[in-house]
Design a protein around this ligand. Structure first.
Ligand code: AMP
Length: 251
């Protein structure tokens, strides 16, 4: 059984985001980029399933410019078996990514697609749901526990929902998107970083997959959040209550 994992290259979560002066997006030149944290969790889960003997191969996929290869190398060093890079300089919105994933799934025929619940750059939280729709596969989104049953050709997914845990059983093939508490991703060890250099990364263009990158969406502008006003020191609890009542509209 093959597992496919979609990994996105994003601005590192620890970087302070700067908006471009022309407000067309955020600055990415000379900025540290990393694997989207939810994608790291997806990859960790896939590797654990393979290590438990319930899958034979983990294939990672990334779409975007040439530098995505660095992200794929990180994933190969974590333990993925091989990589696929769909190279494009076009801006990719979720529907295009979902169409490209579907095209790759038609070629590779994995039984499980694991991906992040959202990419921390655009916060769309749409790609998993869209690709499940395009493939007509069942989806377990925001997974906090995944148990694969190879005999029954099914996967059980726990989801943290308002007020408790929801447990779903999905027939394979299926799409899973990962939540933060699913696992703690491993660090790549030095020997595995060396081994990753010789693992295969296959390249495609969107044309070779017969996918046209076009979007009905347009980013109108990107702006920084308004600056917060400085606080004031009050001299007594009475003054605080007075301010809360009269200035903060607390009743
Ligand atoms: P989003 O719907 O954009 O929030 O992204 C959800 C998930 O879709 C990510 O965590 C990735 O697993 C996958 N994804 C989105 N964009 C890409 C991309 N360019 N390359 C690979 N995977 C992606």
């Amino acid at each position: 059984m093959k597992i496919m994992v979609a990994i996105k290259r994003v601005v590192d979560y620890a970087v302070k985001i700067r908006v471009k002066p022309d407000k067309t997006g955020v600055e990415t030149t000379n900025v540290k980029m990393s694997m989207n944290p939810f994608c790291e969790i997806a990859l960790e889960e896939a590797i654990r399933v393979r290590e438990s003997g319930r899958a034979a191969e983990v294939i990672i996929v990334s779409m975007g410019p040439q530098q995505c290869v660095d992200t794929l190398r990180t994933g190969l060093a974590m333990g993925a078996d091989r990589g696929i890079h769909v190279e494009t300089r076009e801006t990719l919105f979720p529907l295009s990514v979902a169409k490209l994933l579907k095209a790759l799934i038609d070629v590779e025929k994995p039984e499980l697609l694991i991906m992040g619940k959202q990419a921390i750059d655009d916060d769309f939280n749409q790609t998993g749901q869209m690709v499940a729709g395009l493939l007509n596969w069942p989806q377990g989104t925001f997974a906090s526990k995944v148990v694969l049953d190879k005999e029954k050709q099914a996967v059980t997914v726990d989801r943290e929902v308002d007020g408790g845990l929801e447990t779903l059983c999905l027939d394979l093939p299926a799409v899973i998107t990962t939540d933060l508490r699913l696992n703690q991703p491993r660090y790549a060890t030095l020997p595995n970083i060396m081994k990753a250099k010789s693992k295969v990364i296959k390249k495609y263009t969107p044309d070779e997959l017969s996918v046209q990158i076009k979007s009905d969406l347009e980013i109108v502008q990107v702006t920084e959040p308004p600056k917060r006003k400085a606080g004031v020191l009050v001299s007594s609890v009475d003054e605080l209550i007075d301010k809360l009542k009269n200035e903060a509209h607390v009743v």
